[in-house]
Design a binder for this molecule. Structure first.
Ligand code: NAG
Ligand code: NAG
Ligand code: NAG
Ligand code: NAG
Ligand code: NAG
Ligand code: NAG
Ligand code: NAG
Length: 787
């Protein structure tokens, strides 16, 4: 660049700067005295990130003014003005500045929505910014901003909190249904008392909380904060208590939304894939209070989630079709109670519905038998249902709310007797049996949901004595004092996992043991012993053997064989160039851990999904024989399981996509994690590395792309092996790992098949690059879901 061109170049820059500035003063991002919004016009932010305009939700012809992400063809609405009142003709409606406010006028020139500020400013204008905030300001002040008035969506840069001076809250309120943005029943707001966010039904009933803020995370939703997408800043001073959400990278577009389902959801925009769900809470749909309305029954095992109780039908099928179940169900036939001119055969009767969770507002009645309990209900015309169990007689009067249909095997399921008109029974002959069949049928779903990790086909009957050694299974019941002595008062810590810390110990006969101190076991004594004996009965050369346990009050410990060579990660990811695991050993580890998983999934009587396969959970004995650790613990921890689950979910880089989507988990989730682990075994490096600037690198993604494109496999091999590997075996491991991490579970092989491929019994082609990894490679997008 010479001196002559330099000033010209600068001039150009200055000119362009001015041009941009002027453009933004009265540009297409602005609504001013002179420029309004009407018809199919839109206002776009300077960087063309967000767009404001008229839209119709779903198939309706009701128009609203809303804002969406410009590149989003589905026009997901992130903010809207006139939630409660739509216009029918957008061309004769107008959003403009009027008396210092931003006001929407309908076809008849009536103002139907306004920013409602006390302003008479003649220079007010509204600007849509690149962060999605609409700011109304005059020359000096910001008069109003849409970030202070969110609808159902929380965007990065805005805050949700409580203003102590005006005593007002920012509240996210769900849409009424998919086609109606007016205020729905579910809200998300800050609970200033313990600095947590809560979700409410009808602004009154709290059905979920994030748990209190620890200064770093919300205790029950670590993924809300521990992701590479956004973080929160907390402020509490004399004027407000609030959190502001910030994006790590402003070009990563994400949103939190209070969905019509009553769940809080976080989505991330992926340019080639649209909005991707990262998490939703509460995790299960039926945890949303009264989701199915009165007399509606919620089941996790059926789609749609809601159905009406037998003898009832939706109050409004059209609302149900729009996923708004709040209107609930109504009786098909009126009750006859109180009509004295009836035969016995015409009197109301009770239908037995098994495996239900009790509805709200139960009243206890004194009754010695189920017949007496029934008559308590019969004698009250307002009584709609009764139940009789160990806790005695309960009756319900009025609408039945928050009903859940549980799976047939769920021990918290109760039998509910629902009052129906006699004709509901007689008109279809054997109707009664059939109706019960429907209810029980939907309970018999095969799907295993989050939080239900072990499912038992047959209960193992095995008793554990309270004394010393136990016959056959040879599980030893230790005293706490014994283990305290053996571990020198828990002084030598071997590691820490999702379920508790592990300590090294030595028994009196000098056997070396590993003692796991379980945290927060929510189970009773009997159940704990049953589960422990189940785990103890699972024995396989590639599974860490449980030797015994200790159960004294709240102290619950498990005693395992000690593994001399520690966990796989300590051998894979270290800088020390000596003691590198050679290829042969690595291949044996791949085979052995696969064999252990085959046993868990297919061979032992209780199918166990491990859920947390990673190098830390593959232990190596003195001969470097791999042993899978930590299986079967999920059920032991019982109620507290969801907390543990979130810890497990925190294990980055090994999680199958279905974990993130919050859907059913099958053994294929283990296959995914196993595949991820294979990449690390081959390369000797972590699959994802997060750097201090918040960006991350995905080794698995690059490796998969090399493998699938038929590149040089040596380039993915651990450089410390200096190319010393059996190429045939390397080829097999590479192909297997790529198959294991396919997005769609169906495409992943079972662990049994993985074994066969590794053993060379069957051959496989190269798989496609999994879509989610492809995205990472193509866009070099620095997004990882959990750190
Ligand atoms: C609006 O229009 C009036 C008259 O047409 C003009 O004087 C004024 O400068 C315009 N204002 C802006 C911000 O363009
Ligand atoms: C809108 O209408 C189309 C065609 O009638 C239909 O296929 C689609 O399911 C409807 N969408 C909604 C949300 O009702
Ligand atoms: C608006 O301003 C007027 C005059 O300054 C004042 O009397 C009134 O209380 C204000 N209203 C609000 C809601 O602040
Ligand atoms: C919500 O609460 C209001 C009173 O606060 C009540 O009138 C209304 O019926 C409730 N809605 C439902 C669906 O129960
Ligand atoms: C409280 O914090 C907010 C956000 O940091 C700030 O804007 C406000 O001025 C503070 N108020 C007081 C009274 O310190
Ligand atoms: C009472 O029962 C009789 C016989 O079924 C019926 O005709 C009558 O309509 C009922 N009365 C009421 C108020 O439901
Ligand atoms: C933000 O993301 C974009 C595109 O994904 C990327 O080009 C950019 O380097 C990222 N910026 C930072 C600071 O990570």
């Amino acid at each position: 660049m010479n001196f002559k061109t330099f000033p010209r170049f600068m001039l150009l820059i200055i000119f362009m700067y001015l041009f941009i500035t002027v453009r933004s003063l009265s540009g297409s991002d602005t609504i001013s005295q002179n420029k309004s919004l009407s018809g199919d016009q839109t206002v776009a932010s300077v960087g063309e990130v967000f767009v404001l305009g008229f839209f119709t939700p779903g198939n309706t012809s009701n128009y609203y003014v809303g804002m969406w992400y410009k590149n989003d063809p589905s026009q997901t609405i992130l903010w809207l003005a006139n939630r409660e009142k739509s216009v029918s003709n957008r061309f004769s409606s107008e959003l403009r500045i009027s008396h210092g406010n931003l006001v929407l006028f309908d076809e008849t020139k009536n103002p139907i929505w306004s920013t409602n500020i006390n302003s008479t400013s003649t220079s007010a204008r509204a600007v849509l910014q690149d962060d999605g905030n609409i700011i109304v300001s005059d020359e000096r002040f910001i008069l109003w901003q849409s970030f202070d008035h969110p609808t159902d969506t929380w965007l990065p840069g805005s805050k949700i909190g409580f203003n102590k001076i005006t005593k007002t809250k920012q509240v996210l309120t769900s849409w009424k249904n998919l086609e109606n943005p007016s205020l729905g029943l579910f809200t998300f707001e800050l609970d200033p008392s313990d600095v947590s966010y809560i979700t409410l039904w009808n602004r009154s009933r709290n059905y979920w909380t994030t748990g209190p803020w620890t200064g770093d995370i919300f205790t029950l939703v670590p993924e809300m904060r521990h992701n590479m997408i956004c973080y929160f800043k907390f402020v509490s001073n004399n004027s407000e208590t609030s959190f502001t959400m910030y994006a790590y990278n402003s070009s990563a577009i994400s949103r939190l939304v209070m969905d019509v389902s009553g769940q809080m959801k976080q989505f991330l925009w992926l340019p080639s894939n649209g909005w991707k769900l990262l998490w939703s809470f509460p995790r299960q749909q039926c945890q949303v209070y009264a989701f199915c309305g009165a007399y509606g029954s919620c089941s996790e095992n059926s789609l749609p989630f809601c159905s009406c109780l037998p003898g009832f039908e939706p109050n409004s099928q059209s609302y149900w079709d729009l996923k708004d179940y709040s209107s609930g169900c109504m009786r098909k036939t009126k009750l006859q109670c109180g009509n004295n001119s009836l035969d016995d055969s015409e009197k109301d009767r009770f239908l037995e519905v098994p495996s239900m969770s009790f509805p709200e507002d139960k009243q206890s009645e004194r009754a010695e038998s189920i017949t007496e309990c029934e008559s308590r209900c019969v004698n009250k015309c307002s009584c709609t249902a009764y139940a009789y169990d160990d806790n005695g007689c309960s009756i319900w009067t009025g609408d039945l709310l928050n009903l859940k249909q549980l799976t047939a095997g769920d021990s918290s399921g109760r039998t509910l007797y629902i009052r129906l008109a006699a004709s509901e029974f007689s008109s279809h002959g054997k109707k009664k049996k059939k109706l019960v069949g429907v209810a029980a049928g939907s309970a018999a779903g095969l799907v295993v949901f989050l939080g239900l990790i072990l499912f038992t086909w047959r209960h193992r009957k095995k008793t554990i004595g309270t004394g010393k050694a136990i016959s056959g299974g040879s599980l030893v019941a230790f005293g706490y004092r014994d283990l305290q002595n053996a571990t020198k008062n828990f002084s030598e810590k071997l590691g820490e996992g999702g379920f508790g810390s592990v300590f090294k110990g030595r028994l009196a006969d000098s056997t070396v043991i590993a003692v796991k101190k379980l945290e927060s076991v929510g189970q009773g004594e009997k159940q704990f012993r049953t589960e422990v004996s189940t785990i103890g009965a699972i024995q396989h050369v590639n599974l860490v053997r449980l030797r015994g346990f200790c159960s004294q009050g709240t102290k619950k410990l498990l005693v395992y064989d000690y593994m001399a060579n520690g966990s796989l990660d300590s051998h894979l990811f270290h800088d020390n160039d000596s003691n590198v695991l050679d290829w042969r050993t690595r291949y044996q580890i791949a085979l052995g851990s696969a064999s252990g998983l085959v046993y868990l999934h297919e061979k032992c009587r209780d199918c166990i999904i491990h859920c947390d396969i990673k190098p830390e959970n593959i232990l190596l004995d003195a001969e470097f024989c791999p042993k899978v650790a930590d299986f079967g613990l999920a059920k032991l921890v019982g109620r507290e399981f969801s907390r543990v689950l979130t810890t497990i979910r925190g294990t980055r880089g090994y999680l199958a996509p279905e974990w993130i989507a919050g859907v059913a988990i099958t053994p294929k989730a283990d296959v995914y994690s196993y595949g991820m682990m294979l990449f690390e075994l081959i390369s000797g490096r972590r699959n994802s590395e997060v750097y201090e600037d918040g960006t991350a690198k995905f080794l698995a993604a690059s490796a998969a792309s090399v493998i699938v494109k038929g590149g040089d496999l040596r380039s993915v091999l651990d450089p410390r092996l200096e190319g010393n590997a059996d190429m045939e075996e390397l080829k097999r491991v590479c192909a297997v790992s790529c198959w294991c991490i396919q997005d769609n579970e169906v495409d992943r092989p079972s662990m049994g098949r993985v074994m066969q491929i590794l053993e060379g019994i069957i051959e496989v082609d190269l798989p496609p690059v999994p879509r989610s990894l492809q995205l990472l490679v193509e866009n070099q997008e620095s997004v990882i879901f959990f750190t």
